[in-house]
Write a protein that binds this ligand. Sequence first.
Ligand code: PEP
Ligand code: MN
Length: 387
Amino acid sequence: MSTTPLSNASSTDEAERAARHPLVSRCPHRAGTRVRIGPLEIGGDGLVVIAGPCAVESEVQMREAAAAVSAAGAQLLRGGAFKPRTSPYSFQGLGEPGLQLLAAAGREYGLPVVTEVLSESDVPLVAHYADVLQVGARNMQNFALLKALGKAGKPVLLKRGLAATLEEFLLAAEYIVQAGNPDVILCERGIRSFETATRNTLDLNAVALLKQWTHLPVLADPSHGTGRRALVASMAKAAVTAGADGIIVEVHPDPEHARSDGDQSLHLGEFAAMMHELACLAPLVGRRLSPEVAAAARCSNDLQGWRERINCMDEALVRLLRERVRVAHCLGERKLAAGLPLKAPEREAEVLERVAAMADATLPPESLRRVFRVIMDETLESERAAA
Ligand code: PEP
Ligand code: MN
């Protein structure tokens, strides 16, 4: 460890931060909080995807959305019944009937549901139907609501305010935990900036920094963070790469006719395509986008969908293998320059043991050893051909 003034200063900062919001600050030897929703967990090594329309509009809309996002591998369904709209003349949501439609669609497709609660007095009603209670950006500092959520008995998805600092964001989370509810999930959803080309600026610094500062799970919302459908998949991947535990994304069966946030809502097919991309990315950044919960529960008579996902994985594997061989070529050139043989049996044994140590029930050590034996033989073949 370095003992430069900078490192001393940062550990002092850390201690000061922990003193300001002790319940949500990350302590050095404590694992991150995993918020459990039935068999699902947010904040573990799995990547969580919450998807669905901005607002619940009708039974047909919710069933179509739920069927599609579930088949594509989303683990939770979203949909607002109480909408915080900038204009009082905009669609305000269906209220309780909307909660009923959301809950019914979630039940039908085996998806827990996430929905916004706008006011303290609505907490019992919304908690009756929802599995996760969302606090919208405009309500991040509604302290009466935050305190009421401390007693709601359901996990809370707390969105960052449009102009809130990370310190204010963590203090808002601290209110909920202090009031008795440890199950808080943070969500970066874009902040106001001078830029007008996008609706907001998705602050990925916040995702990376929050993962260091707090033990709470951190999600990103690339829909509100950009306001443009064409940017959502890119920013979802960027957020996952920055360390987000998952994403919440708006998806609509007919975005052109959506009653709110249509411009940023993905078409159903776009969502499925994004899920393939995330499934390929996830293992590269140390995450699972595991279909296991989804697969067992429901999603899968869609053989073509699963095959496309396998194809996407195969492409990622070939690209990685090619890169591995290229690196091996560089190493091979240096070995030859140093008068060493290309084949190094001790190093090969070490590689096999390293990968075998990563075994689990899905891929036992012998399988990994066999696969890597072939990879190393083929790599050597390529190196010899190039030499
Ligand atoms: C929403 O999720 O639809 C929403 C209103 O989000 P935010 O509070 O982040 O604007
Ligand atoms: Mn919205």
